[in-house]
Ligand binder design. Structure first.
Ligand code: CDT
Length: 309
């Protein structure tokens, strides 16, 4: 018996700083309707899908950025997306900025099914910096505007599979996938906003896309799960964000890939049972992992070099 889940990756083109949530939601609903027509049971939207990627701007007083955060979910602007998805019988992943009632700010993603929030994830790996950096043409101030997530990486049963979530920079860290894989994850979702050019990183531009796919393909293979990575892409207020949204199967092969930097739906029929093979053979964790040698991974952050020269 196979468990086929038709998965959509709903890439968004740029969202201007003054674009309303209602407008972003209308764009997502249009992609959702296309997803329905193409048989999807799950749709993944990007990180920060309701607003522009505002951590590129410095603000001394962080409360001046509160307009980019959601105080409740769903709120009036986002409820139409919940309703449209429920009507279409589609589960979805949505990235947004969360401001809690007691004043905490998180870069958050939710998994929604049948009109209800099934799962919530708060971004653990916050890239960039906390203070203004005069050497950058665009800032990357996630460490200023968000606290590290406090929920770890739970997984959830949804649509007959075991689902997990990460956000953008999390996809570059093997620990993200492995923690979820140890909970049996079969499909891991990532929304992302990855600046191309204009950043402080001294690397050729083409490597941005190479690394984007490299990490998700490796994560899928080494943990025997599907990986769905979905971009906010294109030139947002003058800052270029890469596209390359993709769906990766447990073999590590890309089975759907975006071809534009605009609103675009990619679709793949994912047989969740394909995740079993690796989990039962090469990556049978119970049989092959050697935890007596892994302790340093969770007890040390930076590198400690051996003594001597
Ligand atoms: N949004 C996000 O996490 N972006 C990062 C950019 C890193 S460069 C400062 C990413 O890993 O794609």
């Amino acid at each position: 018996m196979s468990r086929i889940l038709t998965v959509g990756g709903a890439q968004l083109g740029p969202i201007a700083p003054d674009e309303s949530r209602e407008s972003a939601v209308a764009r997502m609903i249009e992609l959702l309707h296309e997803a329905k027509a193409r048989g999807c049971g799950l749709v993944v939207f990007p990180e920060m899908a309701l607003s522009t990627f505002f951590p590129r701007y410095y603000e001394e007083d962080i409360s001046k950025m509160d307009r980019f955060y959601e105080r409740e979910m769903p709120n009036d602007a986002v409820r139409p997306l919940f309703e449209a998805a429920e009507k279409a019988d589609i589960a979805f992943y949505l990235g947004y900025c969360e401001l809690t009632p007691d004043g905490h700010r998180f870069n958050t993603a939710i998994l929604v099914d049948k009109g209800k929030i099934v799962g919530k994830y708060r971004k653990v790996h916050l890239p960039g910096h906390a203070e203004y950096d005069p050497n950058r043409p665009w800032q990357h101030l996630e460490k200023r505007y968000f606290e590290p997530g406090d929920l770890g990486w739970p997984v959830w049963r949804c649509r007959d599979g075991v689902m997990g979530m990460g956000l953008c920079n999390d996809r570059r860290w093997p620990e993200t996938y492995r923690v979820m894989a140890l909970k049996g994850v079969e499909l891991t979702m990532f929304g992302y906003n990855t600046p191309d050019r204009n950043t402080a990183a001294p690397e050729p531009n083409h490597l941005r896309m190479y690394h984007n796919h490299l990490v998700m393909q490796a994560g899928a293979y080494q943990n025997s799960c599907f990986v769905v990575g979905v971009a906010k892409a294109g030139i947002e207020d003058g800052c270029m964000l890469i596209g390359g949204s993709c769906i990766v199967q447990p073999s590590g092969e890309i089975i759907a890939l975006a071809s534009t930097l605009e609103d675009e739906l990619i679709v793949a029929n994912c047989d969740l049972d394909l995740a079993k093979m690796g989990k039962e053979t090469v990556f049978n964790f119970a049989k092959h992992r050697r935890i007596e040698h892994y302790g340093i991974i969770s007890s040390q952050t930076g590198v400690v070099l051996p003594e001597g020269v």
